[in-house]
Design a protein around this ligand. Structure first.
Ligand SMILES: Cc1cc2nc3c(=O)[nH]c(=O)nc-3n(C[C@H](O)[C@H](O)[C@H](O)COP(=O)(O)OP(=O)(O)OC[C@H]3O[C@@H](n4cnc5c(N)ncnc54)[C@H](O)[C@@H]3O)c2cc1C
Length: 122
């Protein structure tokens, strides 16, 4: 996408939030859990939604934007994302430092029990 169109698209159509890394841990050998706290505004989201995240001021993680599902609850006040280490990008996430800025785009997706009348069905 040309840079000008991408800039306009992000500015007018995609909601972007600034978070920062509060902590990173590896609860299991191929799983990395990132806890992010809002710098200003908390993003509204529903269980089951996902975001695109990019770490904009890290020297150790590429500034690419990747999608991850949200595993925390809306009332937690934190955004918790977990990544399975499959490729270069996800393997590098363990190097993130506390305080690194996270640009969050979203939330996207409708895969939530909230969107279905029958609570036993998603
Ligand atoms: C809506 C959505 C939500 C997601 N949520 C999560 C989540 O919560 N947790 C999570 O861990 N992941 C999630 N993912 C996947 C996650 O975004 C990717 O695993 C991550 O972006 C991979 O980045 P990478 O550079 O580390 O891996 P890549 O280098 O892109 O490679 C990932 C894997 O795919 C293989 N691969 C890459 N390209 C090809 C190809 N052309 N043909 C065949 N195989 C290929 C690689 O060998 C590797 O095993 C989600 C994806 C989407 C679309």
């Amino acid at each position: 996408m040309p840079i000008l169109i991408e800039h306009c698209y992000q500015k007018y159509f995609v909601r972007t939030y600034e978070y920062e890394v509060e902590g990173v841990r590896q609860p299991w050998k191929e799983v990395i859990e990132m806890t992010l706290k809002p710098k200003n505004q908390l993003m509204n989201f529903q269980p089951g939604q996902f975001v695109f995240v990019s770490f904009t001021d890290s020297q150790l993680v590429a500034r690419e934007s990747h999608p991850f599902s949200i595993v925390s609850a809306p009332k937690d006040g934190r955004l918790i994302l977990t990544a399975k280490t499959l490729g270069d990008y996800t393997a590098s996430l363990i190097k993130l430092k506390s305080g690194t800025t996270a640009k969050i785009e979203g939330a996207f997706g409708k895969f939530s029990y909230i969107n279905f009348k029958n609570n036993d069905q998603i």
